[in-house]
Design a protein around this ligand. Structure first.
Ligand code: PNS
Length: 169
């Protein structure tokens, strides 16, 4: 009997997807047969992109990579993981502060569903400083996010900025 595929969920806000996320997703594909990048439908205060756009840009960046799928979710992550037969959750850890937060979340998720393990991954040296919130800040102040996000996401941000300029004149 063939073993069932190992499915990983990488949940997050991804507003927007950064090169740090891409690095972690690539690492996750070595651990699982399928990686579901799951964008939380949260009512974040000042999102740069809507959830549908975030899912679309992840699909664009990973086009042609059947093992990486993007989706949106709401509700409990552990319910989503159960519904999609995922056995691992992927999260990244850049710092001690991240570890503190991720540890509490991973242990709480294990309390909710002991069948799912959280795998905490360290980023590559060159991307460990990147965060979506800093990318949003730089983009909103008109700075360049080149090298911090994939080229396709840079294009989404440039389009968003030029649309904002057009609407403000
Ligand atoms: O990128 P983020 O904003 O740090 O991601 C946070 C996320 C989406 C992983 C977390 O908020 C989450 O899993 N939310 C779903 C609701 C849930 O399951 N809460 C209990 C987790 S301990």
């Amino acid at each position: 009997m063939a073993a069932s595929p190992r499915i990983a969920v990488f949940p997050g806000s991804f507003d927007p997807l950064t090169n740090g996320h891409v690095d972690l997703i690539e690492r996750a594909t070595h651990l699982a047969d399928r990686v579901i990048v799951a964008v939380l439908k949260n009512a974040g205060k000042q999102p740069l992109f809507g959830v549908d756009d975030r899912v679309a840009m992840i699909r664009e960046v990973f086009a042609g990579r059947a093992e990486v799928v993007a989706d949106a979710f709401s509700g409990l992550l552990m319910d989503y993981a159960r519904a999609h037969k995922a056995s691992i959750v992927i999260r990244g850890v850049r710092s001690a502060a991240d570890l503190d937060y991720e540890r509490q979340m991973a242990l709480t998720n294990r309390h909710l569903n002991p069948d799912v393990d959280t795998v905490l991954l360290l980023p590559s040296a060159g991307v460990g400083h990147i965060s979506s919130s800093l990318v949003r800040e730089i983009a909103s102040l008109g700075g360049s996010v080149h090298g911090m996000v994939p080229p396709a996401v840079e294009t989404w941000i440039a389009r968003r900025s030029s649309a904002a300029r057009t609407h403000s004149v």
